[in-house]
Design a protein around this ligand. Structure first.
Ligand code: SF4
Ligand code: SF4
Length: 379
């Protein structure tokens, strides 16, 4: 029978493969010759392996998590509950049943294979056992080394300007990649700490620049140089882009869209009434930029868009932005900023049509609002 042959093939292939290592005292296949040759030590060994393997995985997971702050281990409750219910339902529809107790004197006539674990076996037909071990070893090593492999393109790391850093720690608290460490002050300014960036951990998301209290576009007396900034796309350059985008707007309901490079491309929304500015992460935008656009009448409304909720490319960009706009996390959006002139929309690339529709509806509501001069005193 086909299954008998398959079972024998698997048993022989497995034992031959393991025996190639030469670390076992005798051929492993002998263990399976009769029920008497299979003793408790074999099952003790299996139990040991099943405990050690997850512990090793836990160690690898721990090493990997050292590179990020506030790691999310558990999925959101809704997702966890939905997955649990789906698995329960699946277990009734297609239960995973065990084989009957093993009897080494009988060749099983049905053997349910797990192709996930046995997928390397066909390779043994074409290559030597040693080559398959080497392949498995290299693959395992590469997976193990993944956290240390260099990225395809390393973006420029954030740079601290000590003359503008007061050591408030906001950037260190907001950096999702553990790239900022607060150290003892190294200059003569009267602050205890200063921010330092580990360039090997920085991904260039700019979230730190968005969190720095000195990142305000209203600065005119001195240059807009925040305590921490991205060297290749500074906030000063972003302010220039905003002003240029606003200068090109015409018609009613002028809108500036601040987007994220990893979500719906903001430039796709551009039109005569919509100016766009894209950032490496939406949390790289200090909330004061929204105030700046509206209070300087650069536009009638502001759209803030980034990755879908829970899918932020830079881990916490969407969360921090929401908290800043809600006044729950520094730097807050000032109370005086009219909230009815701000639209937030979290959308992945596939949601572009929905985003466009929301922006159009938003522009229609803007045109129905009284002009800012008639809005009354600011809160
Ligand atoms: S947020 Fe700005 S001022 Fe505060 S520690 Fe970081 S760089 Fe310095
Ligand atoms: S750019 Fe992003 S990763 Fe780099 S230090 Fe700032 S917050 Fe951290």
């Amino acid at each position: 029978m086909v299954w008998d042959k398959l079972a024998q093939y698997i048993a022989i292939a497995t034992t031959e493969w393991l025996d190639w290592l030469g670390i076992f005292g005798e051929a492993i296949a002998r263990n399976f010759l009769t029920p008497n040759t299979l003793d408790d030590r074999f099952f003790t060994l299996l139990t040991f392996i099943h405990i050690v393997a997850p512990l090793l995985l836990l160690l690898v997971l721990w090493i990997h998590l050292q590179r990020v702050t506030k790691p999310r281990i558990n999925p959101k409750r809704g997702l966890a509950a939905g997955t649990f219910l789906m698995l329960v339902a699946l277990s009734f529809v297609k239960p995973a049943v065990s084989h009957p107790p093993a009897d080494l004197a009988v060749v099983p006539d049905v053997l349910k294979l797990d192709w996930f674990y046995l997928s390397a076996y066909p390779l043994m037909d074409h290559f030597s056992n040693g080559a398959v071990w080497a392949f498995g070893g290299v693959l395992t090593f590469m997976l193990f080394a993944l956290p240390w492999l260099p990225p395809v393109r390393r973006p420029a790391a954030a740079v601290v300007d000590l003359n503008n850093c007061n050591g408030c720690e906001r950037c260190a608290n907001d950096c999702p990649f553990n790239a900022i460490v607060m150290r003892q002050r190294s200059d003569a300014l009267p602050f205890e700490q200063e921010a330092t960036v580990d360039a090997s951990l920085c991904v260039g998301c700019g979230i730190c620049a968005g969190s720095c209290p000195t990142s305000t576009p209203f600065r005119r007396a001195s240059e807009l140089i925040p305590g921490i900034d991205l060297p290749d796309r500074s906030l000063r350059a972003v302010r220039d882009e905003v002003e240029a985008a606003a200068a090109g707007l015409s018609g009613e309901s002028r809108v500036i869209v601040f987007g994220c490079d990893h979500a719906v491309p903001a430039s796709r929304l551009a039109s005569s009434g919509i100016g766009t500015v894209s950032l490496p992460c939406i949390a790289a935008l200090p909330p004061s930029f929204i105030d700046y656009v509206l209070s300087r009448d650069l536009a009638d409304g502001v759209v803030i868009t980034g990755c879908r909720d829970g899918e932020c490319f830079n881990r916490y960009g969407v969360d921090w932005t929401k908290a800043r706009l809600a006044g729950e996390r520094d730097p807050y959006l000032r109370k005086r900023v009219p909230r009815e002139r701000i639209l937030t929309c979290w959308a992945a690339g596939a949601d572009r049509a929905a985003l466009e529709k929301q922006v159009e509806v938003f522009r229609a509501t803007l045109s129905a609002l009284p002009s800012p001069d008639e809005d009354g005193p600011n809160a």
